[in-house]
Design a protein around this ligand. Structure first.
Ligand SMILES: [Zn+2]
Length: 325
């Protein structure tokens, strides 16, 4: 898979400009901003790293989570997600034009992975938190025809698209659901970087799972290759949307503090090399001398093998964790 197939460079840059404008709006009144302890381990010891779009990113001295601090309160973030030009642009110009390619390259493999990883749940009740357009659940339905699949999706537009595809929907924020143990598996793809209060969020997930139920999440790894190389220049690092960058150790600790048993944390990412090479070759961003040398002189095989190494040794920026209640 190549970055450009699933993410149009011009559309991404336009989206990030709109996000920067959202940030400006939020920064006009910082009186409601909240200073927090580390969202990974609750430590209060952290070091300033950089400013981006006017927000400060700090890194925890204990678990190395990179996070926005102070941050806008939950209600303000919710307003951005529900009603902003950036969200509208993301849906209409960024996601929808590549939705079918993403179905093939991302959502179908994701459903196949779940089918293989949890064979005993094919008749179970499965919830996808932040289900978006329901593409993952649609693909899972093809594999698990007998499963009871539920999208948990607060956006009215996306919820209605899910329903039109025959996916049942709980149309609210997970944070606002009543706790009742009803799910065999909950999934949250690319969501944890956005969450205002990850520990409370996980406790709610825990309360919604049956005993022995599973939780699977994917999120960005702040100790992953492309984020480490580019740091504040990384296009994955943008406030107010991307607030938390955990890492394998931090996410395990976070899950365990919420009562889960962590079964495994992996970094199955395939795009780290490609993301850095794309920004170097197309936008002139300097990724460092060694990267440039490999990019300019390395064979395709050398680059592929490096990506395999990054993935296998848990240094990709795309991280996946599986936990059990
Ligand atoms: Zn920490």
């Amino acid at each position: 898979m190549k970055e450009q197939e699933i993410r149009n460079r011009e559309a991404l840059n336009e989206y990030l400009e709109l996000v920067r404008q959202d940030s400006e709006t939020l920064l006009r009144d910082k009186s409601s901003f909240v200073s927090i302890a580390c969202p990974g381990c609750a430590s209060t010891s952290h070091a300033f790293q950089f400013e981006k779009f006017g927000f400060h990113y700090v890194q925890c001295r204990d678990c190395e989570t990179l996070f926005v601090n102070p941050r806008p309160p939950y209600q303000e973030l919710k307003r951005i997600y529900e009603n902003s030009r950036s969200t509208k642009y993301w849906v209409e110009e960024f996601f929808l034009p590549v939705a079918e390619i993403r179905r093939e390259k991302i959502f179908k493999p994701r459903a196949e992975f779940i089918g293989a990883e949890f064979p005993g749940l094919s008749q179970g009740r499965i919830g996808d938190v932040g289900a978006g357009f329901g593409l993952f659940l649609q693909e899972l339905k093809k594999i698990w025809m007998g499963a009871d699949l539920v999208a948990i999706e607060p956006s009215a537009d996306m919820a209605s698209i899910c329903r039109s595809k025959g996916v049942s929907v709980i149309e609210r924020m997970l944070e606002e659901m009543d706790p009742s143990p009803q799910f065999d598996l909950l999934t949250a793809f690319e969501l944890f970087e956005h969450i205002y209060a990850p520990q409370e969020f996980l406790k709610k997930i825990f309360s919604l799972l049956k005993p022995g139920g599973y939780f699977l999440l994917t999120t960005l790894n702040g100790l992953g290759f492309d984020i480490q190389l580019l740091w504040e220049r990384s296009k994955s690092v943008f406030p107010p949307n991307h607030l938390n960058f955990f890492n394998p150790r931090a996410i395990s600790g976070l899950l365990e503090r919420a009562g889960f048993e962590t079964l495994n944390v992996t970094t199955p990412g395939e795009l780290d090399w490609d993301i850095v090479e794309g920004i170097y070759q197309n936008e002139g961003t300097d990724p460092g001398r060694f990267f440039k040398t490999v990019s300019d002189h390395g064979t395709d095989q050398a680059k592929r093998e490096l990506q395999t190494w990054i993935k296998n040794h848990r240094f990709s920026s795309h991280m996946r964790a599986i936990a059990r209640k």
